[in-house]
Design a binder for this molecule. Structure first.
Ligand SMILES: Cc1ncc(COP(=O)(O)O)c(C=O)c1O
Length: 381
């Protein structure tokens, strides 16, 4: 029986190599050229005004908070409402920016619960960090409305949301900042990369400067304008080295072209999982939001005795993932821990079933049969 892994990246190899070749032949592999092309293509695809290609979403989430903090004059220690059921990048960004994470519980879709957000708002709350887990939109419209009502900035961790639509549009369009991930195993995967999308032109310009060490002109701009290298620039503030490069953007461009097709296939496979798992007792499928056409980066279920079920599946050469361990269980977040009953339960019971475009319908059947067997066997004494 071949191994069935949670992720398995797929690339149009010749097309990727052809795009990379244009960078090598032109002698431009850094920021500019392909990164400009990828940014424009991504804006057009997602219906966004600005997009800036970065080395990762981790960098982008930190950058988003830095840009907003500097623009709005937030103080160190000001609060950002966030989820603990996420990859640590989401919350590391808050700490990196010198802000305080305030953890709130999630809803049935495992996204931040708007009622819990509302209860957690204090005079020091400046922003909400919303994670579209697995490509879900959760109760996004309610979160947008409550942020507007309370004058809070809304940052969308859209790491899993490449191609997600809510009522036909990218949820990112309603965020003050949205950050996508093109990490190797994401549904739009490169080797590493991210995109920060800021609707405000001034904030977009600030993000571009801060992602390039605070320098006011990129090397590409300085060179492309005259065709010769121009050395002079200014550094009005201290920034970070967070921008992306043309080689990664070349792969991103090719992956973007197939994103709609890939996501449709993910949704089709998810539909097969739904149909086959619905009648099986002991398996709770995480619902997607109504009106949401998800990217389906993940297909998540909850089971009792998750670790044992995982062991049993591994014994059958099936290798699901766990997204995620509760961040408040990690040392840096100890002192911010809060009562999060739903997120805690999910963290103990969740597993992400294999879902990628190389899977066959037969693979889905094998996983479903194995999972049904694994939950039906007696649990350990
Ligand atoms: C929810 C979430 N946020 C942020 C990130 C960080 O993305 P990157 O690997 O591009 O830095 C990830 C990646 O795993 C993620 O899953």
């Amino acid at each position: 029986m071949h191994a069935i892994n949670v992720f398995s990246p797929d690339f149009d190899v010749d097309d990727c190599l052809a795009e990379i070749r244009t960078c090598l032949e032109r002698g431009w592999t850094g920021m500019g050229f392909k990164t400009d092309e990828f940014e424009a293509a991504f804006c057009q695809y997602a219906g966004l005004d600005h997009a800036h290609f970065l080395s990762s979403a981790t960098a982008g989430l930190h950058l988003a908070l830095e840009v907003l903090k500097r623009a709005d004059g937030w103080a160190d220690g000001d609060e950002v409402i966030t989820t603990a059921l996420t990859f640590v990048s989401t919350n590391h960004a808050i700490l990196h920016a010198g802000l305080t994470p305030v953890f709130c519980d999630v809803d049935a879709m495992l996204c931040l619960d708007p009622d819990a957000i509302e209860r957690a708002i204090t005079p020091r709350t400046r922003a909400v960090m919303f994670v579209g887990l697995g490509g879900n939109a959760g109760q996004w419209d309610r979160v947008v409305a409550l942020c507007r009502r309370h004058g809070l900035r809304l940052v969308l961790d859209a790491a899993h949301q490449s191609g997600t639509r809510l009522n036909g549009q990218a949820p990112a369009r309603d965020a003050d900042a949205a950050v996508f991930s093109f990490h190797a195993v994401k549904n739009l995967g490169t080797a590493d990369g991210g995109m920060i999308c800021l609707p405000d032109a001034k904030l977009d310009a600030a993000a571009r400067r801060l992602s390039w060490l605070g320098i006011d002109k990129t090397t590409f701009e300085r060179t492309a304008a005259s065709g010769t290298y121009q050395w002079r620039y200014d550094v009005p503030e201290v920034g970070f080295k967070y921008h992306g490069n043309s080689v990664m953007a070349a792969i991103g461009l090719v992956q973007l072209r197939r994103l709609e097709r890939d996501n449709a296939e993910r949704r089709r496979l998810a539909g097969l999982y739904d149909a086959r798992l619905a009648p099986v007792g002991g398996i709770d499928r995480v619902p997607m939001a109504a009106q949401c056409t998800p990217s389906r980066h993940l297909y998540q279920v909850e089971v009792a005795d998750r670790d044992l079920v995982l062991d049993r599946l591994r014994g059958m050469n099936i290798h699901p993932g766990v997204h995620y361990q509760l961040n408040t269980r990690f040392a840096p977040y100890d002192r911010f821990s809060a009562s999060l009953p739903r997120a805690e339960q999910a963290s103990d019971q969740l597993l992400s079933l294999p879902l990628h475009v190389k899977m066959t319908d037969g693979d889905v059947q094998v996983v479903c049969d194995a999972l049904a067997d694994a939950v039906a066997l007696p649990m350990a004494a």
